[in-house]
Design a protein around this ligand. Structure first.
Ligand code: MG
Length: 296
């Protein structure tokens, strides 16, 4: 407990020295209580920036919680069986745009293309710079399939958001998170299966790092009338065959540490995959395809 009090005091000092507003300051007593309940979180909560992010973010408009709130209940874990976990990926359906089948990256572009490599038929993010791989084609309403694997690390980074962090971004704007969060040690709206910084997954359907996992996502693009949002983006997502987002309405384009908001955009935009820029924890991908969906 003594160590917890020391950490809490250091955090308070860090928040003050960092110029944080009083209303956004981390409550050291609450921090100490959280660490007492979750000792494994002490290492990363000792970082004042992470403590502030996960305890003193802005309030979300659609839930009682704050953005990236570590106090939010952790979704229950479920055993996912073996869907997509084998050595051989499943065949895409006949009407899919096959974006990556292990042969080349011709369907993609990036501001940092050299960061994306083809290694033994697998696409691997470089991890040296935060950037995105974007499809050359644009998509609106779509069904998206993508298989991913985070690296098994004997000594994973202290910051849980640096463990195999990537993400699927329909329209390049709306992140469905990829992360090694099998041990649920990050904020629930930042774990795999979440709409990042908005909505946690219904359950923790992740597998351990080093094992292939798969997303099947149904994305409905937002509709705009001028500046007005006529209908928000909606996501239904299955992680390893398990429903994790059930027709979830998004509150805006993905942002970090802020409340998302919409800005009108085109009806179709490139799909993007995130390289979070963590060289010690490079994420691999295989079998990526997308099907265009008719408006409903
Ligand atoms: Mg991400």
């Amino acid at each position: 407990m003594g160590a917890n009090k020391t950490i809490a005091a250091g955090l308070l000092l860090g928040a003050v020295c960092g110029g944080a507003l009083a209303q956004d300051a981390v409550d050291p007593a609450e921090l100490a209580r959280i660490i007492a309940r979750h000792p494994a979180w002490a290492a990363w909560l000792a970082d004042p920036a992470l403590a502030k992010l996960t305890l003193a973010g802005p309030k979300l408009p659609h839930s009682p919680w704050r953005v990236a709130d570590i106090r939010r209940p952790q979704p229950p874990a479920v055993d996912t069986g073996t869907a997509c976990a084998g050595k051989t990926p499943n065949n895409p359906p006949g009407d899919a745009d096959v974006l990556f089948d292990g042969k080349d990256l011709s369907h993609f572009t990036s501001d940092h293309m050299a960061e994306w490599s083809l290694e033994n038929g697998v696409l691997v993010a470089g991890g040296r710079v935060y950037n995105f791989l974007r499809t050359r084609q644009s998509y609106g309403d779509a069904q998206i399939h993508l298989e991913w694997k985070t690296p098994a690390q004997p000594n994973p980074p202290v910051n849980p958001q640096r463990r195999g962090n990537s993400g699927v971004f329909p329209m390049g704007l709306y992140e469905i998170q990829i992360l090694d969060s099998h041990t649920t040690d990050t904020y629930p709206d930042g774990m795999a299966g979440s709409i990042y910084s908005q909505t946690p997954p219904l359950v923790n359907a992740t597998r351990p790092p080093g094992v292939w996992q798969c997303y099947d996502i149904i994305f409905r693009a937002p509709r705009f009338d001028g500046e007005k949002v006529v209908s928000p983006a909606r996501v239904t997502a299955f992680l390893n065959g398990v429903l994790v987002q059930d027709d979830t309405a998004l509150i805006g384009a993905t942002v970090h540490g802020k409340v998302a908001a919409y800005a009108p955009h085109a009806a179709e935009l490139p799909l993007a995959i995130q390289d979070h820029g963590n060289p010690e924890s490079r994420v691999a991908f295989r079998n990526i395809w997308v099907r265009r969906l008719s408006p409903r």
